[in-house]
Design a protein around this ligand. Structure first.
Ligand code: CA
Ligand code: CA
Length: 309
């Protein structure tokens, strides 16, 4: 299997970045990722770490997928995420919902272990609370059109969406804006609540294995208008970012309404009503340069309509 090593990192997703590797549509590829602090050896005693001039929120890549042309869709099936042995959280006196509470940065490491009874991977938050890992990918995206976008920022190309549903077993659809798509990813979180309120998840590094396929043609048209789009179990999710929560929420709901309308063959009136009955808006994150909201809709309803058209 093709592996992109952790030396291939960037803090910007951009059209003219040289590919770290090249694959065929349908191939399975592993990405070795660094943590969001650029593996800066952060500890409780040393919350600023040892490495000067590290990258902020590095992403591993990019992967050039042969045959991907602007206007296509890149289907990314997330097969497996393996983590290193620990994660880090760090407070910030300048960012996040609680920044006013902290005078300085402080950090804590959490070491992963297997629960003896359940066999599940997790960690002790303190001596009373055990939490299972629920690993997600913070940054995953293709190269945007035109100007590059920093890996701290989310957008229509994906990027730092910090959507905690992007995890093993799900499928993410991303736009192809440049030849080869140029897929990159990083910023793994062993766990994160919706919102990422402190400013971080349980930040960690690892290896993400994905299968990438290029989708072309008319039958995928409803998807093309609703990207980035996540299929997680029985839910489809549009993931949108904006300067404000309001903007992101309206974008996410609007993209899903268009998808529901197209897939189900409904009017704006009917699809609007159905959205208000079944569509769930959820905050992904409130801490990045653009804010991210997702809109979830049940797949079973879309399939039911499609069968009965
Ligand atoms: Ca992030
Ligand atoms: Ca992060």
């Amino acid at each position: 299997m093709l592996t992109i090593g952790r030396a291939n990192v960037t803090d910007m997703l951009k059209a003219d970045q040289p590919a770290a590797a090249c694959c065929e549509s349908g191939d399975t590829v592993a990405f070795e990722t660094r943590d969001c602090y650029d593996d800066n050896d952060i500890t409780e005693e040393n919350p600023y770490g040892n490495v000067k001039d590290g990258l902020e929120n590095p992403a591993t890549g990019p992967l050039y997928v042969k045959g991907a042309e602007p206007g296509d869709v890149l289907k990314v099936e997330i097969k497996e995420i393996r983590l290193r042995e620990y994660g880090i959280m760090r407070t910030s006196p300048t960012a996040g919902a609680f920044h006013h509470l902290y005078r300085d940065k402080s950090a804590r490491r959490f070491y992963f272990q297997q629960d003896k009874e359940s066999g599940r991977e997790g960690f002790w938050f303190d001596d009373r609370l055990w939490l299972d890992c629920d690993t997600m990918i913070g940054v995953i995206g293709t190269a945007p059109k035109g100007e590059g976008v920093l890996t701290i920022t989310p957008g229509s190309h994906g990027g730092n969406m910090d959507c905690n549903k992007i995890k093993a077993g799900t499928t993410l659809y991303l736009p192809v804006n440049v030849p080869g798509a140029l897929l990159s990813m990083g910023d793994l979180h062993a766990r994160m609540g919706d919102g990422e309120v402190l400013i971080c998840g349980l930040e960690t590094a690892g290896v993400v294995t994905v299968r990438v396929s290029v989708l072309k043609g008319k039958e995928h048209q409803p998807l093309f208008a609703a990207l980035p789009l996540l299929h997680a179990k029985d839910r489809l999710m549009t993931i949108q970012s904006g300067k404000t929560m309001d903007e992101a929420a309206v974008l996410a709901a609007g993209k899903m309404q268009q998808l529901v309308k197209a897939v189900c063959g409904l009017t704006d009136e009917d699809s609007g009503m159905l959205m208000s009955l079944l569509g769930d808006l959820v905050i992904c994150q409130i801490v990045n340069p653009l804010k991210t909201v997702r809109c979830e809709f049940p797949v079973s309803v879309l399939e039911g309509y499609r069968k009965n058209r």
